[in-house]
Ligand binder design. Structure first.
Ligand code: ATP
Length: 287
């Protein structure tokens, strides 16, 4: 095989709790992750040269700082394959948005290099390599509906999420995940979402119960920094969302709607009011 093309899917957090902090600064989380049907398209080509990355998006690094590059290096260190790789990235996932765009690209790269060079690595092996790149990478290797604990690497597959219509809106600001977690450490306390209840709602395929239990501790940090997040949430509710939440460290907001028509109307309203830079009507999916 000389060339391989694959999709790297975005995620949202249906629930995100932070339950502790390790001495090395990593945070212990308890999260329910869900893949949504928004994806980058990555094409990998074997070359005689070195690693090169090109993209239709000017906002991501194309050098060693790109997580795709890091993933290729990690695979080369582990499996010692010979030759270079040229990667083309069609970027659709909002950047620095709390949707794991970089982590998902890294995870897709691990899978792609495994296929392209016929390395025979198992999913578990790819996840072990992935966690060295970022805490969300092991989840992104498998995707779907999962509970992620530890620093994000302890994964439990859940039943597929019940069919939902989801509106995803990313305001025109970027959020640095590291800063959000640092500021969380400075808070004297925060209320914890009902992660266990979310897991039960998914097990019971209870869409209403799921919507009622959306929760993310990081909202307490990011919303005061960027009030537009609350404005988008209010607008989604006003337009009929059953519930809505910030994803990851933000600033992306997603809303759950009972009907696609309502979601499309909310999309138009939010775009009209210039509240978001990127906005999608989407749904949960597996990868
Ligand atoms: P997470 O939800 O995992 O915290 P995020 O959505 O907040 O991720 P990313 O889109 O992954 O954030 O981008 C964070 C930073 O990573 C960006 O500022 C970007 O410069 C860098 N980066 C490196 N590689 C990539 C990539 N392949 N795609 C997007 N960003 C990348």
């Amino acid at each position: 095989m000389e060339q391989y093309t694959c999709k790297a899917y975005a995620k949202i957090n249906l629930s995100l709790d932070v339950i502790g902090r390790l001495e090395n600064g990593y945070h212990l989380v308890d999260m329910v992750m869900q893949t949504v049907d928004i994806y980058d398209v990555l094409t990998f080509e074997k070359t005689m040269g070195e690693i090169s990355i090109q993209s239709d998006c000017g906002d991501i690094p194309l050098d060693q700082d790109n997580l795709i590059y890091k993933a290729i290096i990690k695979m080369r260190e582990r499996f010692g394959f010979v030759g270079g790789v040229k990667v083309s990235v069609e970027k659709n996932i909002p950047i620095a948005a709390g949707m794991a765009g970089g982590s998902s690209d890294a995870a897709a790269t691990l899978r792609a290099i495994n296929e392209l060079f016929e390395l025979g690595a198992s999913v578990k092996e790819l996840q072990e390599i992935g966690v060295k790149i970022g805490a969300d990478v092991p989840y992104c290797v498998e995707g779907g509906t999962m509970r992620a604990e530890g620093i994000g690497e302890k994964l439990t597959a859940l039943k597929s999420c019940p069919g939902l219509c989801i509106l995803v809106a990313k305001p025109d600001i970027n959020v640095a995940t590291k800063e959000v977690y640092q500021r969380l450490d400075d808070l004297s306390g925060y209320s914890h979402p009902d992660v266990e209840g979310m897991v039960q709602a998914i097990a019971n395929q209870d869409g209403k119960g799921l919507a009622a239990r959306l929760g993310n501790v990081l909202e307490e940090v990011t919303i005061p920094m960027h009030p537009v997040i609350q404005t988008i949430k209010d607008e989604m509710r006003r337009m009929g969302a059953v519930n809505c939440l910030m994803s990851g460290s933000g600033p992306t907001v997603f809303g759950i709607f009972e009907e696609e028509k309502q979601a499309r109307e909310a999309k138009e309203k939010i775009a009209e009011k210039n509240l978001s830079k990127q906005i999608f009507v989407t749904c949960p999916c597996d990868i």
